[in-house]
Design a protein around this ligand. Structure first.
Ligand code: NAG
Length: 282
């Protein structure tokens, strides 16, 4: 509820994104140590519109010392989705904390972690993220660009106790998902080349064998293995830096961001269908 007499705040107006620009310009050029940031992660809270039209709050944190970014948002059904980009290790971690339906006898929540290779140019650098500010925190932001749905077949498990060898963030982020941390063979190949120890990874039934397993949503025995599906979206994140030209400057300079939205669809093996309760045909 708005206090009486306050002026209405326009929502979902694309030009609001431009408000990031005037502040971003000086801050991007500011020397280190000026302002808030001396080691502590910088946080930006934005209101965002989800793909289904509902509005939620999203928190974006950047730690330029650790060279990482994390994003967190709560879906209307209560699920907490988080995304961590570890630029030092070329790792990104998606985590979902899915609330159980207690009246159906399900546990309080179930956690899933999906770990894949972080490509360059997926998201802006952490030092730029740490300097982002907004003038109007109540504006509802909608991404300028909707990136295509990415389908990922997660066919390798990550051993939680060894996970620190892959990324120091894994122990914090995936602590509730110890038995449900997944990655992909193609990402494993890349990390092994980078020198990551092979003890981090554990075989799951191969994609070809998984193809023969039933989809969990098709029903069947609660105790039998199946291929589970989980989808999530990053509703709004700064995916690119914008550069401007000026007569006063010899080279283009950073003057803002482009925002993106992206959805991910994960398929993964579960040893028992009861670990995939949300995946039902409507
Ligand atoms: C994870 O790795 C540790 C250390 O190598 C090992 O002792 C443990 O058995 C592994 N866990 C699983 C579930 O394989």
């Amino acid at each position: 509820m708005r206090p009486p007499g306050s002026r209405g705040v326009p929502t979902a107006c694309p030009t609001l994104l431009l408000l990031l620009l005037p502040l971003l310009v000086p801050l991007l050029g500011a020397p280190r140590g000026v302002g808030a940031g001396t080691g502590a992660p910088a946080e930006l809270r934005v209101r965002v519109r989800l793909p289904d039209g509902q509005v939620t709050e999203e928190s974006l944190q950047a730690d330029s010392d650790a060279d990482s970014i994390s994003l967190e948002l709560r879906k209307p059904d209560g699920t907490l989705v988080s995304f961590t980009a570890d630029f030092k290790k070329d790792v990104k971690i998606f985590r979902a904390l899915i609330l159980g339906e207690l009246e159906k006898g399900q546990s309080q929540f179930q956690a899933l972690c999906f770990v894949t290779r972080l490509q360059h140019n997926e998201i802006i650098p952490s030092e730029a993220m740490a300097k982002l500010r907004q003038k109007n925190p109540r504006a509802v932001r909608q991404a300028e660009e909707v990136r295509g749905l990415e389908q990922l077949h997660m066919d390798v498990a990550v051993n939680f106790s060894q996970g620190g060898l892959l990324s120091p963030h894994l122990h914090n982020v995936c602590a509730e998902a110890v038995d449900a941390i997944y990655t992909r063979q193609e990402d494993v190949r890349f990390w092994l080349e980078q020198g990551v120890d092979s003890s981090v990874f554990e075989a799951l039934p191969k994609a070809s064998e998984q193809a023969e397993l039933p989809r969990c949503r098709q029903g069947g025995d609660w105790g039998k293995p199946c291929v589970c599906h989980y989808g999530l979206s990053l509703a709004w994140y700064p995916c690119m830096l914008k550069y401007c030209h000026s007569r006063d400057r010899p080279a283009p300079y950073k003057c803002g961001i482009r925002s993106c939205q992206k959805s991910y669809s994960f398929n993964f093996y579960v040893p028992q269908r009861q670990l995939c309760l949300w995946d039902e045909d409507p």
